[in-house]
Design a protein around this ligand. Structure first.
Ligand SMILES: [Zn+2]
Length: 108
């Protein structure tokens, strides 16, 4: 019995398994084209979710930054600290997403 990767969810499964126990993908009945399509779809969804996350990270950064300047809170106040925290988290999150997107592109 050999171990192979599920074409749909990439988890390690037995090559004798007809259906992936993790995602119910029918390996036995899938043609190469099905597998390709599923893999492409997965990549597309991943890219899409990374783009959405980048957008959210950017919004978080801008919101935090904006509040810090125009929110009326003074340095040292909890709101001011929270605003800085928001923009820092948004910034780091955004960078991480950019890096993940680069790696996703390299995997092509
Ligand atoms: Zn699977």
């Amino acid at each position: 019995m050999a171990i192979t990767n599920c074409p749909a969810c990439s988890k390690r499964i037995s090559d004798k398994a007809k259906i992936c126990p993790f995602c119910d993908f029918g390996i036995g009945s899938a043609t190469d084209e099905d597998i390709m399509r599923k893999a492409n779809m997965k990549k597309f969804q991943k890219k899409h979710s990374l783009q959405n996350q980048s957008m959210m990270a950017m919004l978080l950064f801008i919101a935090g930054f904006g509040f810090m300047y125009w929110g009326g809170a003074k340095p040292g106040e909890p709101q001011h600290t929270a605003a800085i925290g928001c923009s820092v988290v948004g910034f780091i999150w955004y960078i991480i997403n950019r890096i993940r997107m680069i790696f996703l592109k390299k995997a092509d």
